[in-house]
Design a protein around this ligand. Structure first.
Ligand SMILES: Nc1ncnc2c1ncn2[C@@H]1O[C@H](COP(=O)(O)OP(=O)(O)OP(=O)(O)O)[C@@H](O)[C@H]1O
Ligand SMILES: Cc1cn([C@H]2C[C@H](O)[C@@H](COP(=O)(O)O)O2)c(=O)[nH]c1=O
Length: 215
């Protein structure tokens, strides 16, 4: 496909949204193509509606397989409406979370198995893999503490899970990072935001130099 697909991953509160926003501000005049920022679950009307169902703290009875399928369904719609058309148009697409989140949260966190969850997502994405994934690495307890500080009593259904769930998710991420060392690069997200952004930019320049060629 003509464009580039870059994903941001990490535990809740790692700083993905904050860093992505600053990084895009920094590079938008320096890259050779148009930038699109999107997120999962969500990014389109239908996918955002599915997001609301998944993350609603009242939906405590949600079955783990249903949860995995809903994430995959939201992703499939997001791919069809947003990601594939943008990549075909040659854009640089940044997504705040993608399949690796499902592997870590549903595959490992919910004990559904990384392979099983990868299978349903292979179908949902038609096998598309990101060109590059930045894993914002932070201890899950520290990430959750950041969220609790800014929006106490406003956690979503996943954030409300026990710390042991989030620790399992983190173990899942470590496994995935080991499996795909070429694609996934680790960034120390416990640092000051500006340093995290600088590290992300350095990785981008090193891994995808074509993006920064003079227009
Ligand atoms: N490097 C950092 N140091 C200190 N605080 C940070 C840092 N990065 C982000 N934060 C703060 O942590 C909180 C969570 O950040 P943010 O929403 O960007 O994380 P996230 O990874 O997108 O979380 P989620 O996965 O829940 O969407 C925000 O209040 C943000 O200002
Ligand atoms: C894509 C995806 C996400 N999750 C989890 C991770 C977070 O707890 C929420 C999404 O909220 P955010 O504020 O946008 O980070 O959903 C997941 O469990 N599986 C997935 O595939």
């Amino acid at each position: 496909m003509a464009g580039y697909f870059i994903t941001f991953e990490g535990p809740d509160g790692a700083g993905k949204t904050t860093v992505l926003e600053k990084l895009v501000e920094e590079i938008k005049k320096k890259v050779t193509c148009e930038i699109l920022v999107t997120r999962e679950p969500g990014g389109s009307k239908i996918a955002e509606a599915i997001r609301d169902i998944i993350l609603n703290p009242e939906n405590t009875e949600m079955d783990d397989r249903t949860e995995a399928l809903l994430y995959a369904a939201a992703r499939s719609q997001h791919m069809a409406e947003v990601v594939f058309p943008a990549l075909e148009a040659g854009k640089l697409v940044f997504s705040d979370r993608f399949v690796d989140s499902s592997l870590a949260y549903q595959g490992m966190g919910r004990n559904l198995g990384i392979e099983k969850v990868a299978e349903i997502n292979q179908f949902a994405t038609d096998g598309l893999n990101p060109n590059l994934t930045l894993f914002l690495d932070i201890d899950p307890k520290a990430g959750l503490a950041r969220i609790a500080k800014v929006r106490p009593d406003k956690e979503d259904r996943l954030e409300k899970e026990k710390l042991s769930f989030h620790q399992k998710v983190y173990t899942g991420y470590q496994e995935i990072v080991k499996r795909y060392p070429e694609r996934i690069k680790i960034v120390d997200a416990s640092q000051d935001v500006d340093q995290v952004v600088a590290d992300c930019l350095a990785i981008l320049k090193q891994q995808l130099p074509d993006l920064f060629e003079v227009k």
